[in-house]
Design a protein around this ligand. Structure first.
Ligand code: ADE
Length: 274
């Protein structure tokens, strides 16, 4: 997979040299380039922003440097394909609190792509016409990390590249660890423990020491459901539970949910909790 990141703070992306993503780059699983938006400006002051039409606080990123950068990167993408069957358009990800929420499902979808380009906005954002214009060469996806506001797209790119990159085959050493993790099946992960089995008067749940794999799986499943009901009931509301076993349905019932038409529905008057 090829990744390009455009930012006025290229040093912000330095952590992408580290850890699993850094290793994936050295091993050639990921090809990643960071571009300084200011190198695509034409004026002496390397200007990237200006005041907003219509007034209001803050500055808006000017369209010209963005067009130059995105044109260059898309051009290199076409050149790299070099006569091969015309591929899909590269994806242009624009991190923004006004974007669609980035989820594990989206990370999985994007991990299948050949080329992702990230446009890090700063200030009040990028002139909207850039996104409209870029749709000619890119599939444009404004994406948000969540319902809060960051100072720019760089931190969001670090998070998204890590979430997407680790799903590329070979990046995470043991692919099993991608199976039983939070959000892999619409639920939060179960609690985990390691040695010592007794620590500051707190014991590891006995079933985990039993070696009984059936009982351990049941314990973990129950705690996945308990934790999700307590911390993220919105996830339970969305879950398809039509294939849930009798045991799983019983746990849901204890948590205050009934199964109706394949959905977990809160029973009136029943509080849900861990
Ligand atoms: N830029 C500013 N806030 C953001 C957010 N919540 N998600 C993604 N990019 C952002």
């Amino acid at each position: 997979m090829r990744l390009d990141v455009v930012s006025i703070f290229p040093e912000y992306l330095a952590p992408l040299d580290l850890s699993l993503i850094g290793k994936a780059r050295t091993e050639g699983l990921l090809e990643l380039a960071v571009h300084d938006l200011r190198s695509y400006t034409q004026d002496r002051h390397r200007t990237v922003d200006d005041t907003p039409y219509g007034g209001g606080a803050g500055m808006v990123m000017k369209p010209e440097p963005w067009a130059q950068a995105l044109e260059d990167i898309a051009g290199a993408s076409v050149a790299a394909a070099d006569g091969a069957a015309p591929g899909r358009k590269p994806i242009l990800i624009v991190p923004s609190p006004a974007g669609e929420v980035f989820t594990q499902r989206l990370a999985r979808e994007l991990a299948e792509e050949d080329h992702l380009v990230f446009a890090c906005g700063r200030y009040e954002g990028i002139d909207e016409r850039v996104l409209e214009w870029a749709a000619g060469q890119y599939t444009v996806r404004p994406l948000s990390l969540g319902d809060y506001v960051l100072n720019g797209g760089e931190v969001a790119v670090l998070a998204m590249v890590e979430a997407i990159g680790r799903l590329i085959p070979g990046v995470v050493g043991n692919p099993e660890s991608l199976v039983e993790e939070s959000h892999s099946d619409g639920l939060l992960e179960y609690p985990v423990y390691t040695k010592p089995s007794s620590w500051r008067d707190r014991e590891v749940p006995e079933v985990l020491l039993s070696g009984n794999h059936g009982k351990i799986a049941k314990f973990r499943r129950e705690h996945q459901l308990r934790r999700t009901a307590a911390r993220r009931p919105d996830l339970l509301d969305k879950l398809d539970v039509s294939n849930f076993s009798k045991t799983e349905r019983n746990v849901l019932w204890d948590l205050g949910y009934a199964v109706v038409d394949g959905r977990a529905v809160r029973r009136p008057g029943e509080p849900s909790g861990e």
